[in-house]
Design a protein. Structure first.
Length: 531
């Protein structure tokens, strides 16, 4: 008798990890997911999925196999390391491991094959409702997705703890085998000179570390924003970095609003992106999107205040190299319509005269296609970008894959309540410039939270692509659903199933599915589920 098809599917809703099912393991090389959305371009595309196909995902044998209860809500994307040697805990030996970090400041190592908790160290008391903000549940501990160095067998994670003198951020370098510190953790600090010559210091009480960590240039980078835009007179957008291994802070940093004053004593220009990761290109330059600043709509200047913008920064954090700011930046500020509610997806190099592209979208639903060698700058009268496309309000981030039918790139958007496929059209006699063509749209999702959601892609090289999506909850019991679509059949639905519940209705379930080695890993509130 053939064994039941199985897939490991991970999500963490409130406090559980959940599996889904698919075919038995093969001898194919296993895939590691060491960073948010699979790579530093943030494509969300796993090209090494040999087990999951539209045929078996669409079959009746695909479903939830089990779950593991965790200690708190999970807002970070799970990470996957196969054949990892575990050197501590009750189950030493080699395991296929999924690492899950919770808002309770616990990092779990869980065997993807049987759900055994291999390791679960806790790193201190989280901060409860920082400044009264409930965006990420009762507790804020590990709010962003860590990053793993597979070669150095190290996980880098930023942990928020409530201590005697107030909240503190520390960056840790954890050994993957034991989840113990390889070097002493480093308290997150920083200072920057404002326009009047005074020094502005990083204060953990007012800064939220939400975007996924990035490893590039021999460094680890983290972005910071605000808690619910509270204490906006004391919170600003920070980009900080540390050297790998030693955790030595980089000598330079970026503060995106260095104005000494503003009409409403309101600064911000935060980096948050609904948890999407800061991206890096082939040269090591960094890309991210900023949110709103003073609601007077008068403080943007593109130099000492760079709100509502896609920004490219040098890897040493010394220079802003380029930016794009929508022409309606004042309106976006005045209405709290953050461009920075979504992340920046870098497309892998494309054929033609404009090979390096980036897309980003925000709350107003405009998805901009940009040349990342010349992002477009700022103009009051027009947007100097390659194209503007409405995808619906985006507390979200895009994904990417290459379609096997024509071997042409596709962008997957998930604004509003719909998954959409956009074909990248290369310039020709008929097309004067690069553009996007909408080729398919899914059925709509119901949500009781802000518009948008997150997707990922699995395929075997270019064969058998599947688009995966996790919805946000809608009404009691606040179920989060996993969806699978066949992009080769016009986003035909292959699967829909409950992937847990989300109890924190005041904060968006910004959950990204992770598909690896025949498994879909999802986080829905603290439960690890696998298929």
């Amino acid at each position: 008798m053939n064994p039941r098809p199985r897939i490991v599917s991970l999500f963490c809703a409130f406090a559980t990890l959940v599996w889904l099912c698919n075919p038995p393991a093969s001898l194919a090389q296993k895939v590691t997911v060491s960073t948010y959305h699979n790579d530093n371009f943030r494509t969300g595309w796993n090209t090494g999925e040999t087990k999951l196909t539209p045929a078996n995902v669409g079959s009746s044998s695909f479903g939830v196999l089990g779950s593991v209860t965790l200690d708190d809500q999970v807002d970070a994307q799970p990470l996957v390391v196969p054949d990892q040697l575990i050197t501590a805990g009750p189950h030493p030996g080699t395991h296929d491991v999924v690492y899950v970090a919770t808002e309770g400041n616990t990092v779990y190592a869980i065997d993807t094959n049987n759900g055994n908790i291999l390791l679960s160290p806790n790193f201190g008391t989280p901060v409860s409702y920082p400044l009264g903000c409930g965006n990420n549940g009762p507790n804020v501990g590990i709010n962003s997705t860590p990053v793993i160095d597979p070669v150095g067998k190290t996980m880098y994670v930023v942990i928020y703890t409530n201590e005697l003198n107030g909240p503190v951020y520390r960056i840790h370098a954890l050994d993957l085998g034991s989840l113990t510190d390889k070097v002493p953790p480093v308290v997150v600090t920083g200072s920057h000179t404002l326009t009047d010559g005074t020094t502005f210091k990083f204060n953990a009480t007012y800064q939220r570390q939400r975007p996924a960590l990035l490893m590039a240039n021999g460094n680890v980078y983290a972005g910071f924003g605000s808690f619910c835009d509270f204490a906006a007179n004391l919170s600003r957008g920070w980009l900080l970095g540390w050297q790998l291994n030693s955790l030595t802070p980089l000598p330079a940093n970026q503060v995106l609003d260095t104005l000494a004053s503003s009409p409403d004593d309101f600064f911000l220009s935060s980096i948050w992106m609904s948890g999407y990761g800061i991206a890096a290109d082939q040269a090591g330059d960094l890309y991210f999107v900023t949110g709103n600043s003073d609601y007077s709509g008068t403080t943007y200047n593109g130099v000492t205040n760079i709100q509502e913008s896609v920004i490219r920064v040098s890897g040493d954090l010394t220079q802003v190299l380029d930016l794009f700011t929508p022409s309606d930046v004042s309106y976006l500020d005045q209405t709290d319509s953050d461009f920075g509610s979504g992340g920046a997806l870098l497309l892998p190099p494309q054929p033609g005269l404009i090979p390096n592209l980036v897309v980003a979208a925000g709350k107003d639903g405009n998805m901009y296609l940009m040349n990342r060698d010349d992002l477009g700058g700022f103009s009051l009268t027009n947007n100097n970008v390659l194209g503007t496309y409405n995808i619906g309000g985006c507390w979200c981030g895009q994904s990417y894959f290459v379609d096997p039918s024509d071997h042409t790139a596709r962008v997957v958007s998930s604004g509003g309540s719909t998954v959409s496929i956009w074909k990248v059209q290369i310039p020709s006699v008929k097309l004067p410039s690069v553009s996007l063509l909408n080729t398919a749209n899914s059925t709509t999702f119901s949500s009781g939270q802000d518009p948008g959601f997150f997707t990922s892609i699995s395929s075997n090289q270019q064969a058998n692509p599947i688009v995966w999506a996790l919805s946000r909850p809608f009404g009691p019991p606040y179920a989060v659903n996993l969806f699978a679509f066949d992009p080769e059949a016009g986003l035909k639905p292959l699967f829909r199933g409950q992937a847990g519940t989300w109890p924190n209705t005041g904060g968006n379930a910004n959950l990204a599915p992770v598909v690896a080695n025949g498994g879909d890993f999802r986080n829905t509130g603290g439960v690890f589920r696998g298929n």
